[in-house]
Design a protein around this ligand. Structure first.
Ligand SMILES: [Zn+2]
Length: 230
């Protein structure tokens, strides 16, 4: 995929691109926009489940996600996992992606499922064994209130889990409670369960640090991302 214009700012894709990225000719964001995203590639733990965080949820990530979800800008979908695409496929090729439930209300309003759109460049099987029992407006809640959101995620037992390792996947991790709840609902699964999030709230990252849960960088997704992003 060779992109002429940055999918976010529409400037020339080669703007501020590092020499390495320029050589690869495989970007969907210009160098300027890329540099505003904070790559974390953090391996941590959510209770017993390994959790991998790609980015920090900063201002730029927030506006990109907002533009896609609320501005219904589906064209922006490839930017989120693009830099990590190959590594995700490589590392999790035997796993099935498990999506967290999106609210029916939101789906009806938008006409698309944002995380599913973001994952279109990743040819892996997806299963959706959860649903929400009621609608909550997450963005209107405080950080503390969001901790209790786990109650509304339910398991749909009509949908069976595949006999493969599972990868719980979400876009934003705020408190980790949704992932924890989802994990609790499937933890009887006999294959390995891991989680991958596009980005995590700085407070969540800080809480991992406080618990000493910032692990070695085994998920060294792309040396190139580190080299260019810092
Ligand atoms: Zn740009």
């Amino acid at each position: 995929m060779k992109q002429e214009r940055c999918l976010y700012c529409f400037e020339n894709i080669q703007n501020n691109l590092s020499f390495h990225d320029w050589l690869r000719q495989d970007d969907v964001l210009c160098g300027k926009c890329k540099s505003k995203l904070h790559v974390l590639q953090l391996d941590t733990q959510l209770e017993k489940m390994p959790l991998h965080i790609l980015y920090e949820y900063n201002e730029t990530m927030e506006s990109m996600i907002f533009q896609m979800k609320e501005g219904r800008d589906i064209a922006l979908a490839p930017v989120f996992f693009h830099s990590f695409r190959k590594k995700i496929i490589d590392r999790y090729r035997h796993s099935t992606i498990v999506l967290l439930p999106s609210s029916k209300e939101k789906y009806a309003e938008r006409g698309f499922q944002p995380v599913k759109e973001m994952l279109k460049g990743i040819p892996m099987n997806i299963v959706e064994p959860f649903y929400k029992s009621e609608d909550h407006k997450q963005s209107l809640q405080s950080f503390e209130e969001r901790v209790h959101i786990d109650r509304i995620i339910q398991r749909d037992y009509k949908i069976s889990l595949p006999k493969t390792p599972l990868l719980l996947l979400d876009d934003v991790c705020t408190s980790g409670s949704s992932l924890k709840r989802a994990y609790d609902l499937i933890k009887e699964h006999t294959y390995k369960i891991e989680a991958l999030v596009l980005c995590a709230h700085p407070l969540f990252v800080e809480s991992c640090d406080k618990k000493g849960l910032r692990h070695r960088k085994s998920f060294s997704i792309l040396e190139t991302v580190v080299r260019n992003g810092r």
